[in-house]
Write a protein that binds this ligand. Structure first.
Ligand SMILES: Cc1cc2nc3c(=O)[nH]c(=O)nc-3n(C[C@H](O)[C@H](O)[C@H](O)COP(=O)(O)OP(=O)(O)OC[C@H]3O[C@@H](n4cnc5c(N)ncnc54)[C@H](O)[C@@H]3O)c2cc1C
Length: 304
């Protein structure tokens, strides 16, 4: 990045503007090469300023939430990575409607809404990303997902223009939406919930957490389920039957708790994780004749 451009970015953006920031610090897998520029805006206006700056200078930009559904490759990410977790961390309740910034932590939002006696977001209590990341891929668990509660989403579209997308525009399906694969910024969403007894909501959230504690490698560096479930089946079941558990490449391994997870033991590289992904895919193709589709998203470039 040319020094005058960097100086201009630092003048215009109030939050941190970091050069060659390792993405391993910003992803739950704890791997990933550097972002050319990593920006952590302080509020929504600052984030919009960062986007405007990148557009004006022809710098490609990627907005990131908590980095819990991405694998960043060794070569890192070209252009600007914009963190949303601080800038878009706000929410409010009006009756049974909740409006929240895309940077809000989904588990935190689920817990707070529960205290207001509103049901519908319990499934999010164990999904460790932001609202923006959850909207992007229609995150869900235990039968619930974002499509059931969202009314509209405010974005900056590919041209940097503000737009409100209604439920019908969002094209939600199983772990997919029409927000994916486009250079847009999710800013805010409104959700429609239902009144219920806070104790009952709390009990359902606890069930979600207990289930995770029994079935997932809690406390490890991972990105949740690596593959989507194929129609009518579970990727974890197919992987387990094919003997995936215990597979290891370098510091990346498939844990005993869940065959659809890959854990970084501390020394894994993105290449280790990618190799395990390829081997798992081949294993399931060979044993079951099923082509698994990735749930995690691969970002950035190979090698340095
Ligand atoms: C232990 C564990 C358990 C998990 N369990 C589940 C589960 O049960 N169900 C499930 O669905 N997922 C699960 N996940 C995956 C992940 O938490 C979800 O997909 C989550 O919604 C991702 O949110 P994030 O903020 O981390 O997104 P990130 O990983 O930061 O980003 C994901 C994608 O969204 C884009 N994005 C994020 N925010 C914005 C924004 N504001 N504007 C534009 N683009 C944006 C990013 O560019 C990227 O393309 C799990 C992950 C872990 C680590």
């Amino acid at each position: 990045m040319a020094a005058p451009v960097l100086a201009a970015a630092r003048k215009m953006i109030r939050g941190e503007v970091l050069v060659a920031e390792p993405m391993s610090r910003h992803t739950s897998w704890r791997v990933g090469g550097p972002a050319d520029l990593f920006v952590n805006p302080v509020d929504r206006a600052d984030l919009e300023q960062a986007v405007a700056f990148a557009r004006r200078h022809g710098i490609p930009y990627t907005v990131l939430g908590h980095g819990t559904n991405v694998l960043v490759r060794d070569g890192g990410v070209r252009g600007m990575v914009i963190a949303s977790g601080r800038a878009l961390d706000y929410w409010s309740v009006e009756g049974t409607r909740v409006r929240a910034g895309a940077g809000v932590s989904l588990p935190t939002l689920a817990r707070r809404i529960a205290r207001h006696g509103l049901t519908g977001l319990e499934f999010g209590v164990g999904i460790p990303g932001t609202l923006g990341g959850a909207l992007m891929m229609n995150a869900g668990a235990g039968g619930g997902d974002m499509s059931r509660v969202v009314r509209w989403v405010d974005i900056l579209d590919e041209a940097g223009e503000p737009r409100r997308l209604g439920l019908e525009d969002l094209g939600f399906g199983y772990r997919r939406s029409r927000l994916q694969g486009r250079r847009l910024v999710i800013l805010e969403a409104e959700m429609q919930l239902e009144p219920d007894d806070p104790a009952a909501i709390q009990a359902r959230m606890q069930q979600h957490l207990d289930y995770r504690a029994r079935t997932q490698p809690i406390g490890t560096a991972n990105a949740g389920s690596v593959f989507k479930n194929p129609p009518g089946d579970f990727a974890g079941r197919l992987l387990e039957l094919a003997g995936a558990k215990g597979m290891r490449v370098g510091g990346a391994r498939v844990p005993a708790e869940h065959a659809n997870f890959i854990v970084n033991d501390g020394s894994a590289t993105p290449a280790d994780i990618l190799t395990v992904i390829e081997r798992l895919r081949r294993l399931v193709r060979h044993h079951h004749g099923v082509d698994l589709e990735l749930e995690v998203e691969i970002l950035g470039e190979d090698g340095r």
